[in-house]
Design a protein around this ligand. Sequence first.
Ligand code: CDP
Ligand code: CDP
Length: 220
Amino acid sequence: MSSFLIVAIDGGAASGKSSTSRALSERFNFLHVDTGSYYRALTAELLRRVLRTDQIEAVKSALPSITLGTRVDGRAARMEIGGRVVPEAEIRGPEVTAAVSHFAAIPELRAALLAYQRAQADVARAHNFCGMVMEGRDIGSVIFPNADLRFFLHADPVARAKRRELEGRADAVAERDRLDASRKTAPLVLASGAIDIDSTFLTLEQVVEKLSGLIAAKLS
Ligand code: CDP
Ligand code: CDP
């Protein structure tokens, strides 16, 4: 097997990033890093401190007092805040989902996560993973522009809203995409050179097969 591989996957809300990344992490023994869960965990912490999305100065002042760590749970990396992993139920809940894109637009908050996200590759190496699959909005454009493979998942907004509905989750996917794509710092964008995949009419298995073929080719 060749050296450690970094795979970046970006795309809009409910485009299939997490399910695809999870499947790839299992197939190739990669660490799975869901950076959306990091923005969600930070959002949960800011809300716990009773900060609102319009209190930008107060958020900036709070950031240095938030201590981040990483726990490896199976093949998934989880963010620790003050030594505690914020429970999934909380980070996927409606309050965090409604606030996350607003906090994620604050440049200082993104800057606070930059080195932390890049250091996840060291975490993966330290745990002897064969590589890392990192998903988000700006992984192929800002965090790892030199990743071995960079993918961008597309899917029709109606299909994506339907996917969330089937999961029973309240989520304004189109509104979150609008906020994520229009922010000034690290917007949701198809990075130049990234492989663009439209999954509107593909099953999850078909998407995973497609990406797996390209990863296997890189590894061989
Ligand atoms: O991580 P992201 O928000 O991009 O999407 P996800 O949570 O992986 O996928 C959202 C939902 O769409 C899940 O229930 C997937 O099973 C489903 N999905 C699908 O129906 N078809 C695909 N090609 C990909 C995902
Ligand atoms: O699962 P879903 O695609 O719905 O969202 P997520 O990946 O959990 O990300 C939640 C929010 O975090 C996004 O709507 C973005 O506002 C923000 N985010 C970001 O700004 N940059 C990233 N690399 C990942 C997420």
